[in-house]
Design a protein around this ligand. Structure first.
Ligand SMILES: [Fe+2]
Ligand SMILES: [Fe+2]
Length: 264
């Protein structure tokens, strides 16, 4: 896996800035690693990027907001690509509360992360950002049980964490720039990597989970591993529905790894 530098911060949606980096996955393509700043009376950072890019992440963050103004840092879940700059952010944002769940707090505490500023929020509960309240939710696909995405009803924006991810062959500004078939295939591969339990789910129960997203009718979906997707909710839900019965992902074995390294 190869890190690249951070992209310049860019607009993800009205009042939301995207802080994005690319992670190169041999044989799979490029996986965007996204974090978001929600601007407003009580600004919030959602996730904190990759550990190897801490200095770049902090510089990108500081270019769009004074971190000291952050009211909240929302950690969708405790994978490495979400906690990269957490310590540095909490230091630079002394007033920010760390939004997570009981399980998320426990896991971060086991990793030696400071959780004294934790603010526990369960799916269905809301957080007041001053000009709107966002609601925590459990996304239809996830790789960690503490995962909470969120919905911003004012902008019709779903922050979906790992759900709706897609490795791409080259960086894309928005999800609509990814050819439809590449998006469909990439989302299926990602879903099977991230949620290998998908094939064990009951089809009707899984469809009901997808319907929960459909009922929210998000105008924009902002995933951790997808460029911003505007007006694509039906397409993304259709791709994710198909992913349930997609072939399971089996990674390269040692012989394949050695031949990839030799080729590199
Ligand atoms: Fe994850
Ligand atoms: Fe992820």
């Amino acid at each position: 896996m190869t890190l690249t530098h951070m992209h310049s911060p860019r607009r993800a949606a009205e009042g939301v800035t995207l802080l994005s980096a690319d992670l190169s996955l041999p044989g799979l393509g490029i996986l965007p690693i996204n974090a978001f700043v929600l601007h407003g009376p009580r600004p919030m950072l959602v996730d904190t990027g990759l550990p190897g890019l801490r200095a770049d992440f902090m510089a990108a963050l500081a270019s769009v907001i004074d971190p000291a103004d952050l009211a909240y840092v929302w950690i969708t879940h405790t994978d490495a690509d979400y906690l990269g700059s957490l310590d540095a952010v909490l230091q630079a944002a002394p007033n920010a509360r760390l939004v997570t769940t009981y399980l998320g707090m426990g896991k971060m505490s086991l990793m030696g992360r400071p959780v004294d500023r934790a603010y526990l929020l369960n799916p269905g509960q809301t957080l007041d950002l001053g000009d709107r309240a966002v609601t925590a939710l459990a996304p239809p696909c996830f790789d960690a049980p503490e995962t909470t995405g969120l919905f911003d009803p004012r902008g019709g924006i779903l922050f979906s964490a790992d759900a709706f991810g897609c490795p791409v062959s080259s960086p894309a500004e928005i999800a609509a720039d990814i050819p439809a078939e590449a998006l469909r295939a990439g989302m299926q591969v990602w879903a099977q990597i991230d949620a290998p339990w998908l094939g064990m789910t009951d089809g009707a129960a899984y469809a009901a989970r997808l319907d929960e997203v459909r009922r929210l009718a998000p105008r924009t979906i902002l995933g951790s591993h997808l460029p911003p997707a505007h007006g694509m909710t039906d397409t993304l839900l259709g791709n994710l529905a198909e992913a349930r019965t997609a072939p399971p992902f089996i990674g390269p074995d040692q012989a394949a790894l050695e031949s990839m390294m030799a080729a590199a």
